[in-house]
Design a binder for this molecule. Sequence first.
Ligand SMILES: [Zn+2]
Length: 257
Amino acid sequence: MRALFAGVGEAVDERLPNTSILLEEDGAHLLLDCGFTAAHTLFAAAPGVEDALAGVWISHFHGDHWFGLPALLARLSVAGRAAPLALAGLPGIGEKVRSLVPMAYRTLLDRLPFPLLFHEAAPGADTAIGPFSLACAPSGHPAPALAVRVTAPSGASCFYSGDGRPTPESLALARGAGLAAHEAFCVEGEMEGHGSVASACAFAREARVRALALVHVRREERHARAAELRAALLRFSRETGIRAFLPEPGEACEVTP
Ligand SMILES: [Zn+2]
């Protein structure tokens, strides 16, 4: 499985698009989150995605994680897509999407040339989108939010925290994953409702994942201290054998079973 970081930024970063990850195996694609600034970056990074996308996972209903949906649906629509598109996330996702999209384009949902299939996700109940299997767990965020683990037919699996601090449930979910993409909003110290560089590294070590990508880092530190962060992650990698990195938009990595 291949993971393409279409975006890696936090909510209001002026340089880095909102965190959004495109997973691909054998031509099937699944998008993890689609925020304010994610859709256009995705179109640039993944030509042909209009037809190839099986579905979108929405970790929670903050704008930097799902307000790119109207643009995504508009692009898929004008591209003439016919295959159903799955949208998976917290219970109520159908109503949420049916209220958001008409605010951007009043009649778009009525004119879509393809059906939307809504999947309400719940911890303990797996759901399938195309060839991918998805399991989820609550993360520690002020709004209800889910971390997800996506497993491809090859057995390769990717964990994505969405927003929020690690929880015992998200740790159990990530165990042994080929890649964990964890939010690390805080570079120094900790805060309520968000992950940190330190907690994401501890999480990766405890969950025994093979690779760790830090995303959604607070913009001031992400811009000013990227080199320092990369040096720290390199030391962590040498110490633990976990490949830890700070992806750039457009960067891809292989996730092995
Ligand atoms: Zn959030």
